[in-house]
Ligand binder design. Structure first.
Ligand code: ADP
Length: 369
């Protein structure tokens, strides 16, 4: 059997000719195409005999040609040795593809420019998925803004009728209470409790939709911030006999009012969900990671069963009735929104009847969106 023997000089052009994923071609110093490979045929649609001798400007859109893009790329390749670009290019049938190209100047042994090599990759699919992803993110963002706006307007407008109901029940209690029998009095008490709770929920929702609305990014010494939080919570700390241990905390870039609310919510919860005969012991620590801070707030409270550990961060989600523990189920949703404002995550690890550790991260290179 006759063996085909290819010399090194023959093997190299053959290898290039058969590469199908990249269009690889040689142009003279004016951009006239000298040769063509399988990849060029596949990507651009022309056969070798149709294209050799034509100028490479043929691959550019009308607008790019009018703007002088091909000339500009040749000039850069001449001056700097190489020019790179990404953009829409035109196939033989007039359709377009997203090409990533590199044009490299080729010189003879005396250093004289003899032409250019040009390598093109078809990245249409990647480009399309990038565009789709961006569009998806844009839609999500706009939906999110719409929802926040909705929550804000709804909670704001709900205050008005609630005020009217409260005023009327106050008037009823003041002017007609002596005409009610015991059952009627009891009903009045229930109405007052229900409107009070509704007020709490509406305020919670209003605060929730306000998070990050008008805040400014500043440098915050968290040791100072913790001092203020402890002062604000001093009555509950005394009542519950809580011990709060804080490591030396860092100074970080963040949104101060929101961060104070975050620590305050986590510490209040740690005191509220304490075990009956065990005063709360709460520890707060921070750890520097590559591009974020990781914080931990731990307690020795009642804990959260595994199956509810994700749920507790959803708005209005509670694990207890309001008779067992007061609350609206908004606190941890607030915390999550504040953490997300700082490009971070929040999660909890917990063992029922032993305690919980709430972890959250804060991006250490935060810039305002
Ligand atoms: P609220 O305290 O008003 O119910 P949160 O959103 O702050 O609302 O908390 C949601 C639920 O998560 C609480 O109802 C409680 O069951 C649980 N939880 C929160 N913090 C703790 C904690 N430190 N220990 C045990 N359970 C907790």
């Amino acid at each position: 059997m006759a063996e085909s023997v290819l010399s090194k000089e023959n093997l190299y052009p053959k290898m290039i000719a058969e590469i199908a994923d990249y269009a690889i071609l040689l142009m003279d110093s004016e951009g006239v195409i000298q040769n063509w490979n399988a990849g060029a045929h596949r990507i651009k649609g022309y056969t070798e005999s149709e294209i050799v001798g034509k100028n490479f400007r043929i691959f550019y859109t009308e607008t790019d040609r009018q703007n002088g893009k091909p000339n500009q790329l040749i000039r850069i390749a001449k001056e700097e040795g190489r020019a790179q670009d990404e953009g829409w290019r035109v196939r033989k049938d007039g359709s377009t593809f997203w090409g990533s190209i590199t044009i490299t100047a080729v010189h003879d042994e005396h250093g004289k420019l003899v032409g250019f090599s040009k390598v093109t990759r078809d990245l249409t699919e990647r480009r399309q998925s990038e565009v789709e992803l961006k569009e998806h993110a844009r839609k999500l963002e706009s939906k999110n803004r719409e929802l926040e706006q909705f929550a804000y307007i709804a909670s704001h407008d709900l205050q008005e009728p609630l005020r009217t109901v409260t005023t009327l029940t106050d008037l009823l209690a003041k002017n007609y209470a002596d005409q009610f029998d015991e059952k009627g009095q009891q009903m009045m008490t229930y109405i007052n409790q229900a409107t009070g709770r509704m007020r709490q929920l509406i305020h919670g929702l209003l605060d929730y939709s306000r998070i990050g609305r008008e805040s400014t990014l500043t440098s915050i010494d968290l040791n100072e911030l913790m001092k203020q939080v402890k002062e604000d919570l001093s009555t509950t700390i005394q009542e519950t006999k809580a011990t709060i241990n804080t490591d030396n905390l860092p100074t970080i870039n963040g949104y101060e009012i929101e961060l104070r609310m975050l620590f305050q919510n986590l510490i209040s919860n740690a005191m509220k969900y304490a075990q009956a005969d065990n005063p709360p012991v709460i520890s707060i620590s921070a750890e520097k990671k590559s591009n974020h801070w990781k914080f931990a707030v731990s307690d020795n409270g009642i804990g959260i069963p595994q199956e509810f550990q994700d749920k507790v961060f959803l708005i209005f989600q509670r694990l207890h009735t309001k008779d067992e523990y007061e609350g609206t189920g908004i606190g941890l949703a607030h915390c999550r929104k504040v953490v997300e404002l700082h490009n971070g995550n929040i999660w909890v690890e917990s063992i029922p009847n032993k305690g919980s550790v709430f972890y959250f991260t804060v991006n250490s290179n935060l810039i305002k969106n």
